[in-house]
Every structure is written in C-alpha cells, then in structure tokens.
Design a protein around this ligand. Sequence first.
Ligand code: AMP
Ligand code: GLY
Length: 423
Amino acid sequence: MKVLLIGSGGREHALAWKLAKSPKLSKLYAAPGNPGIADHAELVPLDIDDHAAVATFCLETAIDLVVVGPEAPLVAGLADRLRASGIATFGPSAAAAQLEGSKGFTKDLCARYEIPTGAYRRFTDAAEAKAYVREQGAPIVVKADGLAAGKGVTVAMQLDEALAAIDDCFDGAFGSAGAEVVVEAYLDGEEASFFCLSDGRTALALATAQDHKRVGDGDTGPNTGGMGAYSPAPVMTPGMVARTMKEIIEPTIRGMAESGHPFTGVFFAGLMITAKGPELIEYNVRFGDPECQVLMMRLKSDLLDLLHAAATETLDQVSAEWSDDVALTVVMASKGYPGAYDKNTPIAHLPESADGEKIFHAGTALKDGALVATGGRVLNATATARTVADAQARAYGLVDRVEWENGFCRRDIGWQAVARERN
Ligand code: AMP
Ligand code: GLY
C-alpha cells in the first residue's frame, strides 16, 4: 500500500516510524514532514491547505490511504475533499471534527445522549455569562468555544478569575474562537487520556495515556501542548475502560452516525475520573502529541492495518495488541516555550537509541545540512521498560545525551505514576 501522511510533528514522526514497520507498506510519503520523518518517508512539498492539490497528488501517485495527523486540516475539510475523490482517508469530516472544533457542539451531543460530563451553559453575551458564573460560584471552568491552541480554558478557583476569563474571550483574546463561551462545572478527580478508533459504526479501543500540560516541574507554570506523557494511565483500570466505552464512546459513535456525520478516525477523549466514574472533559479528533509517541512504542499490531480498517469501515475485522511495558516520553523544548523562543538554534548531537528507545523529531529542520530547532517543542526522548521508574530513567538517559544548548525539559515526567509504584 502507498500511504501519504499529513503533518510535521512528533506525533507524525511516531506514526511514520510505526507505519514503516508494516510489511504491507510499499511506499510512505509525508507532507510537509520533518527530518525525523524523512528517515521513513519521501517528503513531498505539498501545500496541505490546498486540498485540491493534495487530492491531485494522491490520484496521480495512486495513494491507497491518507493519514491526517493534526486537527487543523480536518476542521478545514481535507478529509471530505479526499473522500469525495474516492481516496481512503483516516480522519473525520469537517462536520465530525466539530467534536474538537466546537466545545458547545460536543456538550450538546453529551446532553442528547446522556454522556457523563460537567453541567454547562453556552453564551454569546458577556453579561449573561457573568450572571450565570456569579449564580454558580467558584470553582468553575470558562472555555472559549472554538480552537484556541489549548489556551482557551480557564479553570477558575476564584470568581474573579472566571469573570476576567469571560471578558478575555469576548474581548477577542482568542479571536473568533471566543465569540461563544461555554461555562462548565468544575470536575474533581484524576485526568486520563483514552484513545479509540472508529470507522463510523464500530469502535476499537486502543490504549490510555497521561499527559503533563504545564511547562514546569511539579505541574506548575503556563499550559503547553504537552511536555511529556506515559502509557498506560494507571487510573484507567480494565473496568474503567469498559465503562468509558459503554458510557462515553459508544453513544458518541451512535450520536454522530444518527446526526448524519459518522466519525472516522481516532477519538482522543480527555477524561476526568471522578468519584462517579469517567466523565468527558473534551474530545480531540486526532492522536495526542506527545501521547501518540508513547502509544506507538507500545503497539504490537500493524498500525497500517488498523488505520486502513478505520478508513474503510472494516474495523470489526481487526484487533490491537499492546505491550505490557510502560512507555514514557520527555519533550525537549526551546528555552522560552510556551512564550517566545529563538529559532534555528543548532542541535549538535543526537544519541544512538537502543531497542525500546527512540528520539522523535517535532520542530526540527535541516539548514545547510545541519540539524536545527525551529519549533517550540523540538524532540521527544522516548523509552519503554517494565516500570514507570525504569522507563523514566531510560528516557532521561537519552535526554542527557542530546547536545542542544537552547533546549530544556521537565525533569519529573511520570512523577505521579512513579510515586504510585513506590506505594
Ligand atoms: P480542555 O482544553 O477542555 O481539555 O481543558 C484543558 C484542561 O483544563 C484539562 O486538561 C483539565 O485539566 C482542565 N479542565 C477542563 N475542563 C475541566 C472541568 N470541567 N473541571 C476541571 N478541570 C477541567
Ligand atoms: N498533548 C495534548 C494534545 O495533543 O492535545
């Protein structure tokens, strides 16, 4: 099979690395890709915003499957355009991608199908939103409705913060994403990420992970795209996974199909495991980054089989096997991230990785033949082991052998799970 992979992050490097292991793969292309992805794929200079050009490339090259990594091209309708040309595509339609693109859309679906989630109201007017927040009291959560690069959510422990967040949204801090605001009840518990494939009718549970969103050790400082992750998430016991499938994922698949927008692709469900059980915080319609990196390290099955089955409504014919090992990844970022940072700083050396270790590239580029850091999140030092503590030690062993002066990372990825192992 010939496959085109869309994207250029650490997530796509992990997907490329795993797809390349498939005996069914005859050729992998990636657009735009990065220097790590180039080890496994031919990079093609396609403008992925030009959907017609992507479709033309696929038809001319006889691509059998397109795998779309990031959410932006999905929300913009790339998968619709490709499927309209008869090209099998892993990733939801623009209408189904509203599960990530509009928090209000998802909350309304939850209400209709009795999917457990925090009680909420949608607002297009600041005064009404504020009156509701005053009535409910803190803690309370204020969210810009649309895509805001993970920055549109305020978990307000005090009323003042919630009121200020409402002003920020309506004053345009998140552009059009903040024209509507969702105010939601605060959920107390432990967070986990759950991944599950869907072909529109059938669900196939993948695996679980836990992310570290804050930039600083001890989960302090501003939110980021994710500074590290590990899989599996200990809080997601087999019983909790079964409940998540039955109470959250299956009604979502049913709801999307009944609304005329069947969901093809991967559900990345952000869950809060509360005293009542799993509750949905949000859906993403793509693999997490860096959660994907740890999932791919643990996946024993052929990824190409799974993604192709999801794209061709044959998910009931495949199954996914996972290693019992823990995988852990540490994100190395440019100093200053998530704020401003220098670009094109040299990465002098990357270490060789042994079996069960891998450095995935995110924001890297080659400049005059030398590797440089171009993005905020740049490298993902990833390792597997029997325990979280050992996977952590191996991943930091890799980090410590990287020579990149402008890089930094958290030193405590996996700390909660390591503490749990000690008890
Ligand atoms: P979201 O972008 O919706 O995933 O929210 C970002 C983060 O805010 C989540 O990962 C949670 O840590 C937190 N959060 C979102 N909604 C809630 C909620 N209802 N209760 C408590 N924390 C929340
Ligand atoms: N790591 C969180 C995300 O991919 O949204």
